[in-house]
Structures are given as C-alpha cells and as structure tokens.
Write a protein that binds this ligand. Structure first.
Ligand code: K1U
Ligand code: ZN
Length: 173
C-alpha cells in the first residue's frame, strides 16, 4: 500500500472535469486501495482521484462513525447521480485539499447514485445523512467543483488566500 500525496487548493487539476474510467484493471484496484489507505491516514471520510492527481472518475468513501461499527470502505467508479431528494440538509464540510477550513453547505438530503464497482458490476444505492453529503462532495470533485464554490465570493476568496499563504509558508519550510 502506498500513501498518495494530496493536492492542495489552489491547483488547476482540482478545477478540471475528469475522464471516465475505461476499464477495471488490477492497476485501478491498486489505485483504489492506495486512495482508501490515504483517506484513512489523513484522516478523512472520502477522497476523489483528482485529489491525488489522477484525472479519472472514481472516488472512495467510508462514513462509518465511531469505532464500534465495522468499516465500510466503498469504491465508486464512473458514478452517476440518478436521483436527488427535494429536501435539503446543511452540513459543515471540510476537504482534505483545503485543510483546516470549514463552511456550511446545503445539498439534497438524500441521493441515489449508480456506479461500477471493483467487481466490474454496476451498483445503485440511496445514500442519506453524512453518506449523502460525502458522496455529493466527492462527485463534485470529479467535475472540478469544490465545496467553497457553494460559498459567496468574499468567503471563497478569504479561504483561497489563506490556502495560498499556507502553501507559500509550507514551501519555505
Ligand atoms: O473530499 C475530501 O476532501 C474528503 C472530505 C470529505 C467530506 C467531509 C465533510 C463533508 C463532506 C465531505 C473529508 O474527509 S474532510 C475530513 C473530515 O471531514 C473528517 C475527518 C475525520 C473524521 C471525520 C471527518
Ligand atoms: Zn474534498
């Protein structure tokens, strides 16, 4: 297992629309395993391929809360949103590409997604609660959209400037 380097905002790769995955290969399986390991290590509840510099349409997530419940690692390849609920929920979101910055984002409370799994079979499931928020956040990454894009321009610019400063200071060492 290899821990991947997570790209930090602002980075042009985080603004691009990703290409469909062409086939479920052993290399893709290894990438998904590495992404899950990187997500658990961060720690986070989701991670999309462009965040590790791979411009393909897949993401991983595991929103199981607490230590008592068994982990539920999920790998979604070429995901599609097939339905969203009318009702909305608001969650204070974070992003591993925008560390230590949080903001409330309102999204559909429930969502259905269809995707290809590592078993090369098509799957469809309805997500709710944190799973729904996380799945939509990760799906957005595949279309070059970040949670700060839901904020007003002042808040968004403030977070972007903080991140530019953070990256400058980190580069100086
Ligand atoms: O995509 C990402 O950058 C991962 C992100 C996912 C996410 C978080 C919150 C709402 C929607 C989507 C994260 O995992 S940020 C870290 C985080 O939220 C967390 C970390 C440890 C325990 C629990 C949550
Ligand atoms: Zn994110």
């Amino acid at each position: 297992m290899t821990l991947k380097h997570i790209l930090l905002h602002p980075d042009p790769r985080l603004k691009k629309v990703c290409a469909p995955v062409e086939g479920v290969t052993p290399e893709l399986g290894k990438l998904a395993e590495d992404m899950l390991q990187t997500m658990y290590d961060a720690p986070g509840i989701g991670l999309a391929a462009p965040q590790v510099g791979v411009m393909q349409r897949l993401f991983v997530m595991d929103c199981v809360k607490g230590q008592d419940e068994a982990a539920k690692p999920m790998v979604l390849i070429n995901p599609e949103v097939t339905w969203t609920s009318e009702d909305r929920s608001t969650y204070e979101e974070g992003c591993l590409s925008i560390p230590e910055q949080f903001a409330e984002v309102t999204r559909p409370a429930r969502v259905r997604m269809a995707w290809t799994g590592l078993d090369n079979q098509r799957h469809e499931e309805e997500f709710d609660d944190l799973w729904a928020t996380c799945a939509q956040h990760e799906f957005d990454h595949l279309n070059g959209k970040l949670f700060i894009d839901y904020l007003g321009p002042i808040k968004r610019q403030l977070i972007t400037r903080r991140m530019e400063k953070f990256k400058r200071e980190r580069a100086r060492g």
